[in-house]
Design a protein around this ligand. Structure first.
Ligand code: PGA
Length: 254
C-alpha cells in the first residue's frame, strides 16, 4: 500500500507570527491521520525549526523545505544545503517546483544533483513536474512530463527512486483556480506510473506516491483523490487556511 499524502506548500507567504498561528490552528483542527497517511508542511527556510518544534509529538505530521541548493557546501552565499536540512531533522524537501524552474532557471541537471544530495542525507524529495498551457493545448503533455522525469531521474539508483514522491502540477492550474479535470489528472498520473513501471519495474512504480497539485481546494479534493493513481495533493493557496487544508487532509482516500 502506498502512502496517501497531503502536502502544503506555503511558498513565500506569512510572517513569523502568522506562520506560528497557522500551524497551531491546523493542529487544533485535529485532522484524523491514519498510519498510511502523511501530512507534510513545506514552510520557508526561517520557519523550519519553529514549525518542527510545534508539530513534534504529533504523529502523521512532518515539515519540509521548499528547496535546497545543488551543491553540498561551500561559498554560495544565501543558499541552504541538504545537509543543513538533515541536521535540523528535516525529512522532506520539494525539488523542481515550476516556479523555481521558471524564476531561478533551475535546469534538469541541477535538479538531478539536488535529488542525489537529498538522498545522501536521507531526505525524501518531492519531485515536481508538469506541462505549461501551450503543451496542454498544442503538444503532448504526457510526453513532456515523461521527459521531465527522465531528464532528472536517470542518474538515480532504483533504491533511490523507490523512496521518491512525485508531484504532478500542470503549470496552467497552479494558483489560477483552474484544476485539471479528474480524468485529465488520472490520465497523466497513469502515464507517469506506466513510465516508472517500464523504467524501474512494477514493484517500484507501485510504491511511489504521485500527488496532484494545482488549485486543489476543500471542495474539489474528493473528486481528484478518488482516482486510483492519485495519492494525494501538493497544495498551495488552500494550505494557507487551516479549515480548508484540514478538509483536504480528510479527503485523502482511506
Ligand atoms: P496552488 O499551488 O494550490 O495554489 O495552485 C500548488 C503548488 O504550486 O504547489
Amino acid at each position: 500500500m502506498r502512502k496517501k499524502i497531503a502536502a502544503a506548500n506555503w511558498k513565500m507567504h506569512l510572517n513569523w507570527d502568522e506562520a506560528k498561528e497557522l500551524i497551531k490552528q491546523l493542529l487544533d483542527q485535529n485532522p484524523a491521520i491514519p498510519p498510511l497517511h502523511q501530512v507534510i508542511i513545506a514552510v520557508p527556510f526561517p520557519y523550519l525549526g519553529m514549525a518542527a518544534q510545534l508539530i513534534s509529538g504529533r504523529s502523521g505530521f512532518a515539515i519540509a523545505a521548499q528547496n535546497c541548493y545543488h551543491k553540498s557546501s561551500g561559498a554560495y552565499t544565501g543558499e541552504v544545503s541538504s545537509s543543513m536540512l538533515a541536521s535540523m531533522a528535516i525529512r522532506y524537501c520539494i525539488i523542481g517546483h515550476s516556479e523555481r524552474r521558471k524564476y531561478q532557471q533551475e535546469t534538469p541537471a541541477q535538479l538531478s544533483e539536488k535529488l542525489q544530495l537529498c538522498f545522501s542525507q536521507a531526505i525524501t524529495p518531492i519531485f515536481c513536474c508538469g506541462e505549461p498551457l501551450t503543451i496542454r493545448e498544442n503538444g503532448d503533455p504526457c510526453d513532456y512530463v515523461r521527459s521531465q522525469l527522465s531528464d532528472s531521474l536517470f542518474p538515480l539508483t532504483p533504491e533511490q527512486i523507490a523512496q521518491l514522491i512525485i508531484a504532478y502540477e500542470p503549470i496552467w492550474a497552479i494558483g489560477t483556480g483552474k484544476t485539471a479535470s479528474s480524468a485529465q489528472a488520472q490520465e497523466m498520473h497513469l502515464a507517469i506510473r506506466n513510465y516508472l513501471t517500464s523504467t524501474y519495474g512494477s514493484v517500484i512504480a507501485e510504491a511511489i506516491p504521485i500527488l496532484y497539485g494545482g488549485s486543489v481546494k476543500g471542495n474539489n479534493a474528493d473528486a481528484i483523490f478518488t482516482n486510483p493513481d492519485i495519492d494525494g495533493g501538493l497544495v498551495g493557496g488552500a494550505s494557507l487556511n487551516a479549515v480548508e487544508f484540514t478538509a483536504i487532509i480528510n479527503a485523502l482516500p482511506q
